[in-house]
Design a protein around this ligand. Sequence first.
Ligand code: PEP
Ligand code: MN
Length: 349
Amino acid sequence: MIVIMKLDHEPAQRQAVVDRIEELGLSAQPIHGESRIVIAVLGQVMPELRDELATIDGVDEVIRISKPYKLSNREVHREDTVIDVGRGVRIGGKHPVFMAGPCSIESLPQLRAAGEGVRAAGAHVLRGGAFKPRSSPYSFQGLGVAGLAMLKEVGDELGMPTITELLSVRDVDVVAQHADILQIGARNMANFVLLAEAGKTGRPVMLKRGMAATIEEWLLAADYILNEGNPNVILCERGIRTFETATRNTLDLNAVALAKRLSHLPVISDPSHGTGKWYLVRPMAMGSIAVGADGVMIEVHPNPDHALSDGAQSLTPANFASLANEVRALAAAIGRPFAAAPAGPVAAG
Ligand code: PEP
Ligand code: MN
C-alpha cells in the first residue's frame, strides 16, 4: 500500500501517517520523488487500512500495490531512479554508461592495462572481481583483499568509480571500504541475509538476476536491499539458464525491457556472462541499449587467451574500444546518448 501525500502537505501531517502505520506494527518508508512524497506501507497490510489512512489530513490518495514487490515497484516511484556512484558518474535516467574491466583481478599490471584501456575508450565504471564465485573449487578463486586493494589503487589512478562482487557477509566491511559499488552475483541473488547486509552499508548495490530467477523474484530480492533504507539499487540482467547450450546463458532482453517498465531502478545488461562468447558481446550490447538498458557491463582483459577466468567471453581493450564506439553511435541515434566519461585523471603513464 502507498500513501500519496498532497503537494502542499505539512511535515507534521506526514509524521502522523508514519506514526499510525507504526502503531499498527507495520513499517513506513517515505519515498521522495521529484514531484511528490509517498509513504510505502510495508508488512502484512489489511485492506481496511486504506480507508483509515485516506482520512488523515495531508493525504491525497492511498493505493494498494498489486505486485508483491513494493519498494522497487514503479508504482511507488514513477520517475527513473538515478544513482550517483561517485566521481560524477550517475547511473539511470537518460544516459547509459559502460562498466568494464576484467572478470578477475589477477595482478596490478593486468588490472592497470585493462583499466587504462577501458578508461581511454570512455568507460565510466571499472569492474574487477576479487572474491570469485567459481563453479569448481579447483578454479582460481580470486585475490581476495589483495585484489580489492589493487582495484582501489587503479580506480584512484584512473579517476573511475569501481564495482566488485561481495560474496559473503564476512566481507561486507572490507569490500565497502575498497569499492564504490557492491555487486551481488547471480549465485547470491537469493542470499537474503547478504542482501540486507549489503543494503545496510548505504553503498550502491548492483543486484544480478539469479540464473533461474523470475523477474518477480529478482525485484523481491531488490526489495530486501531497499528495505534497509538504501535507495541505491541497480539491477543487472546477466542471462538465464535455458535448454540452449550453444551459448553460456540466454541473455534475456525481455527482462531488461520489462524490468524498466515494472521498476524505477536502473537496469544494466551484462552481455559477457549473458553469451559467454566474446564475438557475441558486441551485438548483444547493441541490443541491450536498443531495448532500454541503462548501461552495459563488459569483461575486458589485456590478454583474454591467458585470463584466469572467463577468457572466452572477454574482449581485448581494442575490441572494447570499437564496441564502445558502435554502441555510443547507436545510443545517440535513438536519442539516449551515453553519459560523459568521468572527469578525473586519465592514466598516469
Ligand atoms: C561476474 O560478474 O564476474 C560474475 C561472476 O557474474 P555472475 O554473478 O553474473 O555470474
Ligand atoms: Mn566473469
